[in-house]
Ligand binder design. Structure first.
Ligand code: ATP
Length: 269
């Protein structure tokens, strides 16, 4: 485990072909208040990583800085992939999503009037990038898309896939599936399972495990459901008051006194 004062790069080198995000001296404040203050941080060296911390710690802002929905006051955020290194702060959120760095809740424009199937189709077409409008008239693409969408709809339960997403849980699930259909290489999941029934949560996490094992996808999950974090993540970052205070395996972080004091409380320790 590494503390705040030492280098925050996780132990061990990323596997060949791995994608990592490197944050250097990244700072964000709102009003007079520092919300994110990261010295050095590497994300994505392990298949599924967790980002935990108390309410207001800066976790969501950190993800928004990575996808450049929010601009940092200073600092560098680099995306390292087998294709090279990109300075994300020089690119738009759309361009970053096209590079494969995708955040749940932050997908291509969608419309309330779309059915679940139409919405999923739009994401798949979005993954085709510049051919976006053309592919929607391409019969071969539509056949392939139907098949791919059916594979997901066979796993997950929607009341009416040919209707609109009804409950908050269905909307959350739809958001996750749309992100997956964008073919991400680094997926940032912000409280992905809030509002989902336990059965669907388990299926989502099982799918995420399979994706990281069978493809080169890296995942970072923000969650307050700590059982999910301990059970799913290979590595956990603990954030409080804008800083990454600790990193380590789930059991390291879970048993740490600072984490217990600032976040877990007696019930989780
Ligand atoms: N656009 C904004 N303007 C002003 N303050 C903001 C803005 N966005 C976030 N904040 C503040 O920054 C702090 C960090 O917010 P953030 O949403 O990143 O925390 P979080 O760790 O994700 O919290 P939670 O677990 O509750 O979702 C909070 O105090 C929040 O009120």
């Amino acid at each position: 485990m590494t503390g705040a004062s030492s280098a925050t790069r996780p132990p061990g080198s990323p596997a060949a072909g791995a994608k990592t995000l490197h944050l250097h001296d990244v700072h964000k404040h709102y009003g007079g208040r520092t919300v994110v203050d990261i010295d050095d941080l590497v994300l994505g060296a392990h298949g599924i990583e967790g980002l935990i911390g108390p309410n207001g710690a800066g976790k969501t802002t950190l993800m928004k800085l990575i996808t450049h929905v929010v601009s940092p006051d200073r600092g560098r955020i680099e995306y390292h992939s087998p294709d090279g290194t990109v300075l994300l702060t020089q690119h738009s959120p759309d361009a970053i999503a096209r590079m494969g760095v995708v955040k749940t809740n932050q997908v291509i424009q969608d419309f309330e009037s779309l059915t679940i199937r139409e919405s999923l189709l739009l994401s798949l077409a979005g993954a085709e990038q510049e051919k976006f409008y053309k592919v929607l008239r391409d019969k071969a693409f539509l056949r392939r898309a139907d098949q791919e969408i059916d594979e997901y709809l066979d796993i997950f339960t929607f009341q009416d896939p040919d209707g609109r997403a009804g409950s908050a849980g269905e909307k959350k699930l739809l958001d996750i599936l749309r992100c997956l259909l964008l073919k991400p290489r680094f997926l940032l999941m912000d409280e992905p399972t809030a509002g989902l029934p336990q059965e669907e949560t388990d299926k989502v996490m099982e799918l995420m495990r399979t994706k990281t094992q069978e493809t080169d996808l890296s995942i970072l999950i923000i969650e307050h459901d700590l059982d999910l974090i301990w059970g799913t993540c290979e590595f956990v970052h603990f954030m409080a008051e804008g800083e990454i205070l600790l990193q380590g395996t789930p059991s390291d972080v879970r048993s740490n006194a600072t984490v217990a004091e600032k976040y877990l409380g007696a019930s989780h320790a």
